[in-house]
Design a protein around this ligand. Sequence first.
Ligand SMILES: [Zn+2]
Length: 248
Amino acid sequence: MPDSSPYDRPVQLWKMTRRQFREGIYDSSLKGAIIPTGSTEQHNEHLEMFHDTVSAVHIAEQVAQKLYPGVVVTTPIAIGVSEHWMDHKGTLTTRPEIFTELVHDVADSMKRGGINHVLVVNGHAGNAKPMLDCLDDLQSRLGIDFDFCSYWEAYDADLVKKNMASGNCPGHASEFETSFAYAAFPSHVHWEGVDYDSAELTISLPDRVTQDRNFHHEAKLANAVKGKAMIDVAVNWVANKMQGMIGR
Ligand SMILES: [Zn+2]
């Protein structure tokens, strides 16, 4: 945060006091909120289940720091729509309508707190369709400037080709997400003890068996340099989008 800033509040809602939030609303320095959405779901043999949530939070925090003091990051929604991964024990999932209604309620809470620009920054692909299917409805019910994006919408084919040897992005727990983790939180990558060929997996669909194995091998192409390059592009893209909203 800039040294010259008269504000000393954190960008994360859950770290703020009520006084910090209230004063930001009253002096109009706080204009927008980002709701990070993710999942708690299997991320192959080596990545932590929280990856989609912490990656969305990571992007959101960097965006809020770039746009400081205008944007607050809400508590993330850390359980997503993950029915397609329930073959893997430990995955948590919720029904699409429960997920989208919770997003509504968080956005509505921010509206009631005095924020009129709310952007959902999503880190789990399974959340995208449920959100897009009801985006018009949520916008009209909320009656504020409300939008949704998945942070990898920042990436075009040329960027993926340049940075991802597998050509696969976002994929799932493969080269991209593992590179993101190496760059942002390397302690979340656990190759120790991984022996894919002897893992007792219970994947019901044959094409998913192949996909899971491919993702495992593609993950070995990951490194922090490519992760950082991809994170920076996403932060700039989301920051532009959020700036456009709070500037309205
Ligand atoms: Zn993921």
